[in-house]
Design a protein. Structure first.
Length: 473
């Protein structure tokens, strides 16, 4: 990759298939800000597409061979793009280089001091916390995040500083492409069952990622999570790798002494190891839940690994107030709060439900859950149902397929039956359009409604609010 501010020949005039996606749009935005002539296509218009157009990108709605410009220097794809996509087929016929999103992102990070954030859960939040807090300190980092901070298109930025913060996606092993100065691993669990058959494969994949850390660089990793501890034992002896642990474990390099919830915020106290200065710090995390507090501590540890003073970074972390779809308040109507959650793995579902319980006070927590992927539901449906038992009542929609074809016998019933076995109040709803009316009939003043899942369940939040506000409610 050429120095920051320009684009290499291959990425000089890139065409992105699925440019409106969370991961793709971030890379496209940074390239556009560096002077590349960006084009792309997506199945539908969106605020993210609008934000890219404002940066000068040419975006076509719908996929067609004609969308691919004659002078395109590359076609950028993600693992979600099928081989029979018309634009991809055309690119190969014309001999245009096809570049995976991860290779494009790796090129963007070249010449910087990258922090790559990996883990089964918490990547977007931790990346966002680092991006916001480093900007608050005036360090002007570049970043690519898998979600918008506060406005469409805010998922990425080309900064003039030397630090580049990015999510490192383990789902398709694309995080093997990065060579970070600091790698963060938040947790290690079995997920992405279409690509990983066992925990051993997961560990091997993460070991490859850690092996990509630059000589003299650092691995920041949880001291509490069982999978992370196992990974630490496997990689801890590598020459030239500094391992920094964080968490509540007594031996952690950044040890969490206390997490005190205060409504929808938390106050966190940590003690740094002598190698990091030995200070004890107390700071505010402006989002609820123990898991978000621990994400903030991971961000603090990574900053310390890059010699950002912890005493300055800790208060700056309070400037992070959330990212879209991560316990995002969509509004309040008829005394009912409606919050959106991206949680789709059982661990994430349970963590968000526990976090939000404090915000509900004496009210009930009502969940509208949309399972994501047939493969994930097949492997983890029972655990999803068990996690939903933490809610006062749940409505479960049909599975959102995303890139997958249906699997015979795999339906939302796997989750619903498991939830019922664990004593949950759970209702199946096959008609997505019926949900606002259903929730309006269930919710009472003081309740909290959580739309939950990685699919289009997020669109139901405004519809539920509108129904709650209607005179007939």
């Amino acid at each position: 990759m050429a120095p920051a501010g320009t684009a290499s020949d291959t990425l000089d005039r890139p065409h992105f298939i699925g440019i409106g996606g969370a991961g793709m749009s971030g890379v496209a935005k940074v390239l556009a800000m560096r002077g590349a002539r960006v084009s792309g296509s997506d199945t539908k218009d969106s605020p993210i597409v609008g934000a890219l157009c404002e940066l000068g990108a040419t975006v076509h709605i719908g996929h067609s061979a004609e969308n691919l410009a004659a002078d395109a220097t590359s076609v950028v794809v993600s693992s979600a793009i099928r081989d029979d996509n018309l634009e991809l087929v055309t690119a190969r016929e014309r001999g245009i280089p096809v570049v995976h999103r991860s290779d494009a992102l790796a090129a963007l990070m070249d010449g910087s001091r990258p922090i790559a954030v990996a883990g089964t859960h918490g990547k977007t939040t931790t990346t966002s916390m680092l991006a916001v807090s480093l900007r608050t300190l005036g360090l002007d980092p570049s970043y690519v995040i898998g979600g918008d901070l506060d406005a469409p298109g805010s998922s990425a930025l080309h900064g003039e500083g030397e630090i580049f913060v990015a999510e490192a996606d383990e789902s398709d092993r694309s995080f093997h492409k990065y060579a970070p100065e600091v790698a963060i691993i938040l947790n290690v669990e079995l997920d992405h069952h279409a690509n990983y058959a066992s925990m051993e494969e997961i560990y091997e994949s993460y070991q490859t990622f850690v092996g990509r850390v630059r000589p003299g660089g650092a691995l920041v990793i949880s001291a509490d999570h069982p999978g992370a501890r196992e990974l630490t034992a496997r990689v801890g002896g590598r020459d030239g790798l500094r391992v920094l642990t964080y968490g509540e474990d007594a031996g952690a390099d950044v040890r969490v002494l206390a997490i005190e919830p205060h409504g929808l915020t938390s106050e966190v106290t940590v003690r740094l190891a002598e190698s990091l200065g030995g200070a004890e710090l107390t700071f505010t995390v402006s989002v609820p839940g123990r898991h978000y507090a621990l994400n903030a501590v991971a961000a603090l540890t990574a900053g310390a690994a890059l010699d950002v003073p912890a005493a300055e970074l800790a208060p700056a972390l309070a400037s992070y107030t959330g990212v879209k779809r991560r316990l995002q308040l969509k509004g309040v109507a008829a005394g009912v709060q409606v919050i959106d959650s991206y949680a789709h793995h059982p661990t994430e579902i349970a963590a968000d439900l526990e976090a939000i319980r404090g915000g509900a006070g004496e009210g009930r927590v009502l969940v509208v859950f949309q399972p994501h992927l047939f493969s994930r539901t097949q492997e983890l449906g029972t655990e999803m149902g068990q996690a939903l038992a933490l809610a006062d009542a749940s409505v479960v929609l049909d599975i959102y397929p995303a890139r997958e074809d249906p699997v015979p016998g795999v339906t939302s019933a796997l989750i619903i039956d498991a939830a019922a076995r664990h004593g949950a109040d759970v209702t199946a709803e096959h008609d997505r359009n019926a949900v606002p009316e259903l929730i309006a009939g269930m919710a009472k003043p003081g309740d909290l409604v959580l739309t939950m899942g990685a699919g289009d369940v997020t669109d139901l939040g405004p519809e539920i609010l509108a129904r709650l506000q209607s005179p007939e409610n």
